[in-house]
Design a protein. Sequence first.
Length: 254
Amino acid sequence: MVSAQQARVFSRRPQRGEGYSILRPEYIDSTLTKMSRGTDCEGIGYINSPDMFVHARQLLKARHEKKSLISMYWDKTDSSSHAYGYTSDEMIAEVANFDFSLFSELLDYKLPSTLVLITADHGFMNSTPSKMVCLNDHPALMDMLVLPPSGETRMSYLHVRNGMFDHVMAYVEDNFGKNFHVLPSPTAIKNGVFGPGKPCQMALDAFGDIVLVPKKDWYMYYDFCPEKPRGGPIGRHGGMSEEEMLVPLIPIRL
């Protein structure tokens, strides 16, 4: 479990090393980027996958006598998995596009003493609206909550009004228990749902009072914009299935 106080990876690199983060320009100064990288590295923007790898190659060649830590984030596999599903032809085509640029602009070059690590921040689960529970259809439950569910559609947190905990537990177990694991938040933390370690207060506040973990490909949904079609994307993440939690780690020495 990661707390807000833990050191970032860029601050752990060797003292004489340099840090670079190659991202889409709109992500460079985002709140999430600042949280993950801090101010310990330089942000570099790219337009597409070829120039992302070209930037990395140029940095490695220019600083071949220095230690460097370079991170790159490519978001189009995520976008394709959300829109079409992670097993779709569109997603497979996007991986092929990424793979071509990776080899032609980086891996096929001689860059001694360079280790490339390829991984993902999460996997995916495909779902359909037939496996959706929309809380807008449960006004009695919503009246017992302080605010709409937080978290992910594949891992939802309920924030319960004072004195209503037992009523909410009974409601969600009766109505959703067949397709969702219903856990009081302290039980979910104790059982390691969020990983090892003690969560910080910000995390405890975010987890709310009750955690809903979907079974199979079910998901929880709250419609903040009723005028739009319900359901959202095909590909989802945040749950505890193998497809969502297990990601590759591919090391390549150049």
